[in-house]
Design a protein around this ligand. Structure first.
Ligand SMILES: [Zn+2]
Ligand SMILES: [Zn+2]
Length: 339
């Protein structure tokens, strides 16, 4: 079987490997498609070499079919269509004991801290799998992981029907958050700086604001009758986005941090938290319920997968696929066809 190893220097080496037999509690799955995540692009750029190391199979946004089952695994049969919730928790830390296993204090992320999905066959713990309907399209199913991210973000915000929602940043995650927030009953506006992404957001039926042309905070207050947005998702991971999130939020508004801001700490207008009694909510990965919700949303057609998947490449061409996606202003989600 073929496996794509990240080999440093913005490249992958595709090698022939022996498929691993599943041990007790494990399942071997045949990967159908694996999406390229922003995190994978960070790996490609070498930013995460210390964590990921080189000579590792990365990838975590996959759809697959069960190929072999280890001892003691129940609830799965060979041929089942599945997706992977790529988290491994310790079960012993304080967070795990409280039931917050997705933010386990010793959390391992499969496909970064362990081997991942950019290969034909992947052997992994059965507890990470969610079963899919037998007739579900596996290219669409590769969007379940990022959709689950969006479901978790929206669950953190606890959106009520009729609330005004601003999504700052209209990339794949921003648009998924917008679609899930709309399904929860929110009146969603997306702000973006890229003309292409603004067009995609409009095609998906959202009101948009071009953050390069208007003051998004002021516009939101105008659009909402001098009230502001009850819920703001910061997905851009930029200082202007962080400025906008406090400007746009209504009194008692909830702001969810979706964009991952590492390195330099942004400036946050804490005065507005006092003045308007704002709340800031962290959101990281997903819980099992977010996966079930994401599966349901894609099956029901509430997520426009056709618009989000902009290209599909072969596993052999993975380095080219990353190069093509890198800085491509008109790409949304690229999938790798793994088998
Ligand atoms: Zn991802
Ligand atoms: Zn733990």
């Amino acid at each position: 079987m073929k496996a794509a190893y990240y080999s440093g220097n913005q490249s992958f080496t595709v090698r022939d490997d022996q498929p691993k037999e599943p041990a007790a509690g494990e399942v071997r799955i045949k990967i159908a498609y694996c999406g390229i995540c922003g995190t994978d692009m960070h790996v490609f750029h070498g930013v995460m070499d210390a964590r990921v190391t080189t000579n590792r199979v990365i990838g975590h946004e996959c759809s697959a079919v069960v190929d072999a089952i280890g001892a003691g695994v129940e609830g799965f049969a060979v041929g089942d269509q599945v997706v992977v919730r790529p988290l491994s928790h310790c079960g012993e830390c304080a967070a795990c004991k409280k039931g917050y296993i997705h933010v386990c204090q010793n959390l391992k992320f499969l496909g970064l801290d362990t081997e991942g999905a950019m290969q034909e066959m992947w052997t992994l713990p059965a507890h990470t799998l969610h079963k899919l309907p037998a007739d579900m399209r596996l290219d669409y199913a590769a969007l379940i992981e990022p959709t689950a991210v969006a479901c978790h973000d929206v669950a953190r915000a606890n959106i009520q029907p009729g609330e005004d929602v601003l999504v700052i940043g209209g990339g794949p995650i921003g648009l998924l958050v917008a679609m899930v927030a709309k399904q929860a009953g929110g009146n969603v506006v997306v702000s973006e700086v890229s003309d292409y992404r603004l067009k995609v957001a409009e095609k998906l039926g959202f009101k948009t604001l071009n953050a390069l042309k208007v003051n998004v905070g002021e516009e939101i207050w105008k659009m909402t009758g001098d009230k502001g947005a009850e819920v703001v998702f910061e997905v851009s991971a930029t200082q202007p986005g962080v400025d906008t999130m406090t400007e746009a939020a209504a009194v008692r508004g909830r702001i969810v941090m979706v964009g991952i801001i590492g390195g330099r700490k942004p400036e946050v207008d804490l005065f507005k938290f006092f003045w308007r009694e704002l709340q800031l909510l962290g959101a990281r990965v997903y819980e099992a319920a977010d996966y079930e919700k994401a599966i349901e949303m894609i099956v029901s057609g509430a997520i426009d997968c056709e618009t989000l998947i902009t290209d599909i490449q072969e596993l052999e061409d993975i380095t080219k696929a990353f190069q093509a996606l890198d800085g491509n202003a008109t790409a949304m989600k690229s999938l790798i066809k793994c088998s």
